[in-house]
Write a protein that binds this ligand. Structure first.
Ligand code: KDG
Length: 314
């Protein structure tokens, strides 16, 4: 039995060795990224049982990613290396503040994923299926795959969590709205950032945004805002506060770390608020370390911080 199963596109990641923009470097470091595999690694480090699947090319990036996920304790038994396309590659700057990301991910093995690739028994073996809007942005067949995965999860009593993870380099806001909003209303947990909600609902008016969320049965967990994450449920928005980090090194992966902390919490029986507090903590820890997932903390590190935080807050 798995706590969480997740799937999506993981890609090779090349970024400057030193802290400069891509154009200013000759030396690149090889790593990998992918929102869902970042979440999976975070969960595994938290001691949760987690499976990630996806399709990659049988090439050096695909093989490295699988090997690393395996060594992190993520179950990859349902993942596949195929000859249907290459593993995607992304490039990014390494500078504080605004980080530009560039994608080489057209016609990749992951983007031609289709519903037939899903393994119902594998999805059914988890407590939660975690998906993101990045997969939806890749192709129509990926959108169909997501819808089918949700259907299979529901049929088997598996809860669904959904992070819209808007990537407007991959699709337009209109396309994103068309997919994300109906799916948000259908899942158990919707995990958007406030900035994403502004784009999705095309308004800066926070009250209007929360009213939209209140119209859904879904529990929405709204990340971001200045120092609080909101649990939006039954017409109420409960803030769970966190301290802003001063020493921000690399913000990429913050949302994924949040999801890992939150999902580790709910699958271990924490209340939504407690799980959000844990998610906030993981988010604040990962941005102090470079890399998309490398800074995901272990369960012991989180425990130490949680106890400390409790002491200060109450
Ligand atoms: O959330 C971090 C991810 O965005 C990154 O690891 C790569 O999945 C990725 C993407 O599509 O940008």
């Amino acid at each position: 039995v798995l706590d969480v199963v997740t799937f999506g596109e993981s890609m090779g990641l090349l970024m400057p060795l030193r802290a400069v923009a891509l154009e200013q470097t000759e030396l690149l470091v090889k790593g990998f990224g992918g929102a869902e595999s970042n979440v999976a690694i975070g969960l595994a480090r938290m001691g949760s049982k987690v499976g990630w699947f996806g399709r990659m090319g049988n090439d050096p990036f695909g093989r490295t990613i699988l090997k690393t996920l395996r060594s992190e304790g993520v179950d990859v038994s349902a993942a596949a290396l195929t000859d249907e396309g290459p593993t995607g590659v992304m490039f990014r700057d390494k500078v504080a503040g605004k980080i530009n990301v560039y994608y080489n991910r057209k016609q990749t093995a992951a983007s031609v994923m289709k519903p037939e690739h899903l393994d119902e028994a594998y999805i059914a073996s988890a407590k939660v299926l975690h998906i993101t809007g990045i997969t939806a942005a890749l192709s129509e067949s990926c959108r169909e795959t997501l819808r089918e995965a949700i259907r299979l999860a529901k049929k088997n009593g598996v809860k669904v969590s959904f992070d819209p993870n808007l990537r407007l380099k991959l699709w337009t806001i209109e396309q994103a709205r068309e997919f994300v909003l109906p799916v948000a209303a259908e899942v158990d947990y919707f995990l958007p950032g406030l900035d994403e909600l502004r784009l999705l609902y095309n308004t800066e008016d926070e009250r209007a945004i929360f009213n939209k969320l209140h119209e859904m049965k879904t529990t929405s967990i709204v990340k971001g805002g200045e120092g609080a994450t909101y649990v939006v449920q039954n017409g109420q928005a409960t803030p769970v506060r966190y301290e802003l980090v001063e020493n921000v090194v690399d913000t990429v992966g913050a949302g994924d770390a949040f999801c890992a902390g939150f999902l580790a919490g709910i699958t271990r029986g924490m209340s939504d608020e407690e799980a959000v507090r844990q998610g906030n903590l993981l988010g604040s820890m990962i941005i102090q370390i470079e890399g998309d997932w490398e800074g995901m903390p272990t369960y012991e590190e989180v425990q130490a911080k949680m106890n400390n935080a409790k002491h200060i807050e109450r």
